[in-house]
Design a protein around this ligand. Structure first.
Ligand SMILES: NC(=O)C1=CN([C@@H]2O[C@H](COP(=O)(O)OP(=O)(O)OC[C@H]3O[C@@H](n4cnc5c(N)ncnc54)[C@H](O)[C@@H]3O)[C@@H](O)[C@H]2O)C=CC1
Ligand SMILES: O=C(O)C(=O)CO
Length: 313
């Protein structure tokens, strides 16, 4: 099987792929035009975040019949167009969950305790010693976490927040969520979660329904002392509205791992001190990326042998 890998994956994954398939590897994202050519030239493609796989990327009857995404979020792929063209899409659910939840907690703590501001102060040589009223932040222990999207990652974050930090957890989810081990209360509306949470955490997938789910009207429902954390996808939060809210201190702070137009991060956001900005680090640990790679290859193996795909989207 001729396989295109659009970005360098960890060495062990590349070696395993080369042992099984005839691999061509590139290190730049696909555009719809280059994707179209790739779907005609290869039997399988491993794609990831940044590849632009909108409807225009899919020929009517491509040679490629499987698109294996390295990552769980598939908002960069028009899955309906892929299916119409006869291309099966797979992803990597579960392998990403704990690492992404850990980055959520990192952002929560860094933002609540103003860690970036403090670190910048030390690095620029501006720290003149401990002071009783310097850099006072939000004491996270015992506060209320509001999770938007109680799926795999939302649940892993809720578990960490409740059992690690004694936080009360409330959440909003499209469907009823039952039977998970962390005490948490599902509230009927998004607004109820926004208005009672000290920290609002976004963990829904990016879909047409969730685009700009959080805009100025939603931010206005949040407490002025609250924080907004987004580890899901940038366009779920209207970035311009968030910047305005942070500039005018309508909320106390934000912690972001994802941005509306990645990798662009607006200068206005970078200029603000009341936000923590990470470069989409959710799954950035070697063993996690290797596990994601193994899952991608398991899907390709299944496809090659005609077995059911383990992780169809
Ligand atoms: N920052 C990073 O590096 C990473 C980000 N992600 C992002 O996290 C997202 C979530 O991943 P998982 O937890 O594995 O997905 P999941 O599918 O297990 O959970 C998503 C939850 O959101 C709910 N939901 C969907 N649409 C909704 C809506 N309109 N309103 C309310 N609830 C809604 C679903 O019912 C589900 O419970 C991914 O789609 C991806 O975009 C995932 C991994 C790493
Ligand atoms: O899996 C995803 O969706 C990511 O964002 C990175 O692993």
């Amino acid at each position: 099987m001729k396989l295109l890998i659009t970005r360098s994956l960890p060495d062990t994954v590349m070696a395993a792929a080369k042992a099984r398939f005839e691999v061509t590897a590139q290190n730049c994202p696909l555009t719809p035009t280059s994707a179209r050519a790739a779907f005609e030239a290869f039997d399988a493609v491993i794609c990831t975040i940044g590849d632009d796989l909108t409807a225009a990327a899919f020929p009517q009857t491509p040679r490629c019949k499987i698109l294996a995404n390295f990552g769980v979020g598939t908002n960069h792929i028009d899955v309906t167009a892929a299916q119409r063209a006869g291309v099966a899409v797979t992803n990597t659910p579960g392998t990403v969950t704990d690492a992404t939840a850990d980055i959520a907690l990192t952002l929560m703590l860094m933002t609540a305790r103003r860690a970036s501001e403090g670190e910048a102060l030390v690095r620029r040589g501006g720290w003149s010693g401990w002071h009783p009223t310097q850099l006072l932040g939000l004491h996270m222990t015992g506060k209320t976490l509001g999770v938007i999207g109680m799926g795999r990652i939302g649940k892993a974050i809720a578990k960490r927040a409740h059992f690690g930090f004694d936080m009360k957890v409330v959440f909003h989810n499209r469907s009823q969520v039952a039977g998970f081990a962390t005490p948490a209360t599902q509230l009927a509306t998004l607004q109820e979660v926004l208005s009672c949470a000290d920290i609002v955490l976004i963990a829904v997938p990016a879909t047409p329904d969730t685009r700009h789910l959080i805009g100025s009207a939603e931010i206005a429902q949040m407490k002025p002392s609250s924080l907004l954390i987004n580890i899901a996808r940038g366009d779920i939060v209207e970035e311009a509205a968030l910047i305005d809210a942070l500039q005018s201190q309508k909320i106390a702070g934000a912690g972001l791992d994802v941005y509306e137009h990645e990798p662009q991060v607006p200068a206005a956001l970078r200029a603000l001190t009341n936000c923590t900005l990470l470069p989409h680090l959710g799954t950035a640990a070697l063993e996690v990326r290797e596990a994601m790679g193994r899952m991608v290859l398991d899907n390709l193996d299944a496809f090659a042998t005609g077995a059911p795909l383990p992780n169809p989207v």
